[in-house]
Design a protein around this ligand. Structure first.
Ligand code: KG4
Ligand code: ZN
Length: 359
């Protein structure tokens, strides 16, 4: 089965084609990724300091069809060879989701293709299985595994018993980790999106200049809280600038380092607890914050210490992309063919809890 994936939930137009035969034959899953095309709108939104929904929708309209053409030609396929279309149905920006959905449904109707709506986070959750590090023999006995989902809107620890069978073990009570990165970057006057900027600057920081709180570090559950950490960053910037002095580069680097250390310590402590509670031998890390080098290094060390296989998506699949949608669509259609949608109504779900998906 050839699946075309369409991702338009936020500020990336992502298209990809996945060939499901590799997964079915228990071969390395990443070999099934035949082609990818991606356009990031980051430059356009940068001047506003965040995503402008209307501009995002218009840009998805402008680029979706050319990117689909480009991706098909990279994959060496024509549209008639595609068997199914997977599109992001939610959560995300309503207008942006509608663009991908209407294109996917129109193509499915005009070309008589199967179609499936995918939960954006399910795409992130399964994308580490596209890691070239995944051992071939482990593809089928990978489940159950533990997943740390750290994106701009979500921070969740999940038990993945099977494709579509997800239990939330813990989640953030307020801000997501990515959101805390973005807000910290804004407070420090860094560019949008904040995650990469803060983590790069942290590499130049001197340890121990600031001690920031580790919210819920010793709580008995697996929940997170990052709002207080952001407030602590705000307090430090106010102290620094109260007599009119500017935030110099070293101040920003030192505070960035303290912030990253706090986030990484909280995330890795909860992951350690989750490993010991669940007994899982595989951890997958997904979502944009999974691109953070400090977090990657800490979790890899934790994996060695606890003899847990730690899987990350390839770096380009950490942030939003079409490959994770095509891949999730393939896995879901293989497992439950009846999930193919019969209605051609444009039905998006901007606020869709992951534990409410149908299997
Ligand atoms: O998964 P994603 O691309 O979009 C959502 O579905 O939210 O995640 C975006 C988030 C942003 O908050 C961004 O600042 C953060 O991921 N991010 C990072 C890094 N790269 C992206 N955070 C920390 N370090 C990074 N290297
Ligand atoms: Zn995402």
């Amino acid at each position: 089965m050839y699946i075309l994936g369409i991702e338009t939930s936020c500020d990336e137009t992502g298209i990809a084609v996945y060939d499901s035969r590799f997964w079915e034959a228990n071969q390395p899953a990443h070999l099934g990724l035949l082609g990818q095309s991606l356009f990031s709108q980051v430059k356009m939104h940068e001047i506003y300091g965040g995503v402008v929904p209307e501009l995002a929708s218009r840009d998805h309209i402008r680029l979706s069809l050319p990117l689909i053409d480009d991706c098909l030609s990279k994959s060496g396929l024509t549209i008639s060879q595609i068997d199914a279309i997977a599109y992001t149905k939610g959560p995300g920006l309503a207008g942006a989701l509608l663009v991908g959905t209407s294109i996917a449904k129109s193509m499915a109707f005009a070309l008589s293709k199967k179609i499936i709506g995918i939960h954006h986070l399910e795409g992130h959750l399964l994308s580490p299985l596209l890691s070239p590090d995944l051992k071939t023999s482990s593809t089928k006995d990978l489940f159950p595994f533990l997943a740390l989902l750290v994106s701009g809107g979500h921070t969740q620890l999940m038990l993945v018993k099977d494709i579509g069978d997800y239990t939330i073990l813990g989640e953030t009570l307020d801000d997501a980790a990515g959101e805390a990165f973005d807000k910290t970057a804004k407070l420090l006057g860094l560019s949008y999106p904040g995650g990469p900027a803060v983590s790069q600057l942290a590499c130049l920081g001197i340890q121990g200049k600031f001690v920031l709180p580790r919210p819920l570090l010793h709580s008995k559950n697996l929940d997170f809280s990052f709002a207080g950490l952001k407030t602590a960053v705000l307090t430090q910037t106010k102290i620094k600038t109260k007599d009119g002095s500017a935030m110099d580069d070293q101040f920003k680097a030192d505070l960035s380092l303290a912030f990253v250390e706090a986030v990484v310590e909280v995330l890795s402590k909860k992951v350690r607890d989750a490993i010991s509670i669940s007994g899982c031998k595989t951890l997958v890390v997904a979502g944009g914050v999974g691109a953070n080098t400090q977090l990657r290094a800490r979790l890899l060390a934790l994996g060695q210490e606890t003899q847990t296989q730690v899987l990350y998506p390839p770096l380009d699949l950490c942030t939003d992309n079409g490959a994770m949608i095509a891949f999730a669509g393939a896995l879901k259609l293989l497992k439950t063919p009846s999930l193919a949608e019969s209605t051609l109504a444009f039905d998006v779900n901007p606020r869709w809890p992951l534990d409410q998906i149908t299997n």
